[in-house]
Design a protein around this ligand. Structure first.
Ligand SMILES: [Zn+2]
Length: 83
């Protein structure tokens, strides 16, 4: 039937919904080395928590593994297509 109301087109809506669907949560752990005072980030690993001592990892700056600690964990939503 031609009497059906026509919705105005929303050309961008599909794209917005698509983007929401493909957004992924990226969790990052901020590592602090008490030895060389370096602070750097690496992807979150299962078992990470704030102020956890990382005895099984080495500092990416000075390579020691005695004084590493997770200082902060944060997450952000990213669009993998924009990577
Ligand atoms: Zn270090």
């Amino acid at each position: 039937m031609s009497e059906e109301p026509q919705l105005p087109p929303f050309p961008d809506l599909g794209d917005i919904l698509d983007r929401k669907k493909r957004m992924v949560e990226k969790i990052t752990s901020v590592i602090k080395c008490k030895e060389c005072k370096a602070k750097y980030e690496r992807p979150f690993k299962v078992g990470d928590y704030t102020f956890k001592a990382l005895s099984d990892e080495t500092c990416e700056k000075c390579n020691q593994s005695q004084n590493l600690m997770i200082e902060e964990i944060y997450s952000e939503w990213i669009d993998p297509k924009k990577q």
